[in-house]
Structure formats: C-alpha cells, structure tokens
Design a protein around this ligand. Structure first.
Ligand code: SF4
Ligand code: SF4
Length: 472
C-alpha cells in the first residue's frame, strides 16, 4: 500500500501506485482542459504532485509542450533569476565492489585503470580546481570498504577544506558516495559536507535488481532508504537523481517525485537538488544495451515538468550533456551546471592517455570553465560561485522556507554578482572579464533593495582591492 510517510522503500515508492499513475496519465493525456487547468494552477509556483506531473509529461500536444516550456522558464526566472551555480566533480577513487551493469567502475571490469587519490594527489587536484576558479565540488567515489572506507572520505574532505592556494578556496564540498549507515552520515555531517548526493539510478525494483546483480548496492531497500538515514543523521540537504535511459523514463519520473514527496512529508523538507543524468558511452559498457534511451525532446519535457512540479528544488545538469542540450536546459529550469569537468581519477592535474583510462563516462561538453563562464554570460546568464547558504546555516527547511518566501532571489543575485566578480578578478581571460564586468554593472542596478545594492557596490570595490569572501 502506498504510504508517503512510511519508512519502508516499497511503501513510499509503491510499484502499484506508480503503474496506476501512469495509467491515469495515459487515459487523460488528450484531456486538454484538465491539462490546461493544471498548467494554470502551477503558475502559482507551489508545485504539483506526481500524478499531476505525470499527466503533463504524458501529453503529446505540441502546443501544450510550448506552454510547459514557457511556464518552466518563468518559474526558473522567479526563483533563480538568471544566475547559474557552477560546480565541478572530483573523482577520489574508482575502486568499487559493486556490479552495476551500466558503470565502467563495476568490480569485474579488468580493462579500466584503478586509481585512488592520496592526500598529496588531492592537494594537487584541488589546487588545479582552485586555479580554474571553482569554489564548490562534488566528491565521487566507488564503493569499496577496504579501499575507500569512510575514514578515507573524511580525510579527503578535511584536506580539501584546508587547501588555500592564492585566492582560491573550496567553500562547499558535496559528497556522492554509496548508501551508508546513520553513524557514517553523522560523520559526514560533522566533516561539514554540503549536500549528500545519491542517485537512485532507477526506482523500478525489478530493473534495479537486474542492473545491480552483486555487491552492497544490490539491496534496493537499503539504497532507497539511504536519504532517510542521511536526514536522520542531521544532513539537511540531500540530492536525488535517476540515470535516465536505464529504465522506462516515465516510471522513474514518477518515482523521483514520489521520493521528493516522501522526504517532504517525513522530514518537512524535500530534496535540495535533483540531478538529471542520461546514460553515456563508457569503457566495458554495451552501447546497445544502454543507448541513451531518452530522446532529446522528451528529455527537455522531463526537465520542464520537474521544474514545474518542484519549483524549490535545484536541478543539476553535468557535462554528460552537450553544449546544445545544456543551453536549452538552462531555459527550462536547470539551475546548476558543472564546467571544465574531468571524470577520471586525477584528471585535473594530468590528462590521461587513452590506454590508461579511469573515467566513469565520456564527457560531452569538453569546454574549459572559462569557456563555459564566457558562454553563460553571452547567453544572458550570471555564472555564480556562491556557497553562501550552507555557510550561513541556511540549509534544509530553513533554506526551503526562504526559497518559498521568494526572498532567496534577493540574496542569490547579490551573492552571484560578488562571486562572479571574484572569478573575474582572479581567473577570467581578459575578454571574459570585460563581458563579466558589463553584466555585473547591469545586474547591480536591478537589485531592488537600495541598501543591499549599496552594500554590494561597496563589496565589489573591496573585491577589486583584493579582499575576498563577502556574502549575504
Ligand atoms: Fe560502483 Fe557507483 Fe559505478 Fe556502481 S555506479 S559500479 S556503485 S561507482
Ligand atoms: Fe545558492 Fe544560497 Fe547562494 Fe542562492 S544564496 S546561490 S541559494 S547558496
């Protein structure tokens, strides 16, 4: 029986309820009056439930698609303005004992090069990331209790926060590691992590068990209930995601919204972020089995309807996607993107030769961070390196209530401008710097509160004089 407040995975992600939802969406997909009624209601930016969202996604009418895209863009604009938060993944270790069929790090893959960063390596990698201009990282590691125990991850986090190279600093470390115990989540919380990220991959239990035949990750319930344990341990911000292309996307779309509902109903706070990766080619993975099964047009609708359904949740898109798809997605609700990413272990210091491949997947957008920043400015966005909320203690429900009040927009924009200014002073090419200064001048004038505007103007001057790390 479906129960959004249950602690049991198969009750808060109920297979029968998902199938019933999909049947309802199929039956009503031509009922344009009903659908337009939902779109109108969603204008209030209070979100939609999984059943309503499933119906919007199912509708095949091209005019409705345009209405969805346009609503998603308006909601994005209202909550996030034109700022886009930047981050980079940092691969710590690709040792893994799991058997995930879609990932080249699976334990039986003998052709991939296994690597694990030492603390000295981390200093070099993080220095390289700081020299690019990054302030926010997502740590990635395979699951291997001997090679990558929790103590190793904690030591890496400590090292990362301690590195200060020139004006560089990593101010927020998000962590994407395997499902673990409440005790270990408490240790991560104490280490000062930002978001705990864990992708469900697929919510369909049968597919999940096929895709994860061996290793600890094969336990569907343990994996699906991980966010509950993380939140019980005091981690306020959790990041969900599915790997689109593994299973029927409609099923996973409903699944992820049910998961969000469960977290909201149980802890009073939904996921901080939702990631939308699609399967990419990788070493030792059968391209015929995982062929990126979600077409671009459907993928865009998935993003738009997610933005409409959960307006307060950040949507993350990585460099798995091409420049073209990322450009489109930014208008549909994506609020965070990675830039200049390397998906191999140690890849920021040294590019790997082809025969020495430790990458998890092929990057599609291979531009440098400066090129991505430059492009975002050209497209009218403000690239932001802001990490203020987490450092000001605005996490979990405190963060959500600020977003819901609409006030966050007044905080984000000033922080975006100040952190962009830092980037321009320290890392940008002369051409990007010029464009960036122009967008800062323009956007500064648009800050409605005069006192805040004056304060930001003052801090922009301070940053030019060499001072760093201002935030609201
Ligand atoms: Fe290991 Fe994660 Fe890859 Fe699975 S997806 S093989 S758990 S690194
Ligand atoms: Fe994110 Fe908070 Fe910074 Fe806004 S102010 S960009 S919500 S960290």
């Amino acid at each position: 029986m479906y129960n959004s407040k249950s602690k049991i995975a198969t009750e808060f992600i109920d297979d029968a309820e998902i199938k019933k939802t999909l049947a309802y969406a199929e039956e009503n997909k031509e009922n344009l009056e009903l659908i337009r009624g939902l779109i109108k209601r969603a204008e209030d930016c209070k979100g939609l439930n999984y059943k309503e969202a499933a119906l919007l996604l199912e509708c095949e009418d091209p005019e409705i698609h345009q209405e969805l895209f346009s609503l998603a863009e308006r909601i994005k604009e209202k909550f996030y303005g034109n700022r886009i938060v930047m981050f980079a993944p940092l691969y710590l270790s690709n040792y893994c004992i799991n058997g995930c069929r879609y990932c080249p790090y699976h334990g039986k893959n003998k052709s991939i090069t296994r690597k694990k960063l030492t603390q000295e390596d981390i200093v070099k990698e993080v220095t390289a990331l700081q020299d690019m201009g990054h302030k926010r990282l997502a740590l990635e590691a395979g699951e291997d209790p001997k090679m990558n125990p929790i103590e190793y991850i904690l030591e890496c986090i400590d090292t990362i926060y301690s590195i200060k190279h020139k004006n560089g600093a990593i101010r927020r470390v998000n962590v994407n590691i395997a499902a673990t115990t409440v005790e270990n989540y408490k240790k991560l919380k104490d280490a000062g992590i930002g978001t705990y990220i864990l992708f469900q991959e697929t919510y369909n239990k049968e597919s999940y068990e096929y895709l994860h035949p061996t290793g600890p990750k094969s336990d569907y319930a343990y994996h699906t209930e991980a966010m509950d344990r993380a939140m019980e341990a005091g981690i306020d911000d959790v990041g969900c995601g599915v790997l689109f292309g593994l299973n029927m996307y409609k099923y996973d779309f409903v699944g992820i919204l049910m998961h969000a509902q469960h977290l909201e109903d149980t802890f009073g706070c939904g996921p901080h972020t939702i990631s939308v990766p699609r399967v990419r080619p990788a070493d030792d993975i059968d391209p015929d089995e995982f062929d990126n099964g979600v077409p671009d047009d459907v993928f865009k609708r998935i993003i738009a309807v997610l933005r409409i359904a959960v307006p307060y949740t950040g949507i993350i898109m990585s460099t798995r996607e091409s420049k073209e798809m990322r450009a489109a997605a930014l208008h549909l609700g994506v609020s965070q993107i990675s830039g200049g990413s390397r998906t191999s272990v140690g890849g920021y210091v040294e590019e790997e030769p082809e025969e020495d491949n430790s990458a998890q997947f092929d990057v599609s957008d291979t531009r440098t961070l400066n090129q991505v920043v430059d492009w975002l400015i050209d497209e009218g966005h403000v690239p932001s390196f802001c990490t203020a909320c987490y450092r000001e203690g605005r996490t979990g429900d405190r963060f959500m209530s600020l977003v819901k009040s609409g006030q966050i927009a007044n905080i984000c924009q000033p922080n975006a401008l100040m952190t962009l200014k830092e980037y321009l002073e320290d890392y940008a090419s002369p051409e990007t710097k010029e464009k960036g200064e122009a967008i800062i001048r323009k956007r500064l004038e648009m800050i409605p509160n005069e006192k805040v505007k004056e304060l930001v103007r003052e801090h922009l001057g301070d940053i030019h004089q060499g001072r760093r790390d201002f935030r609201l």
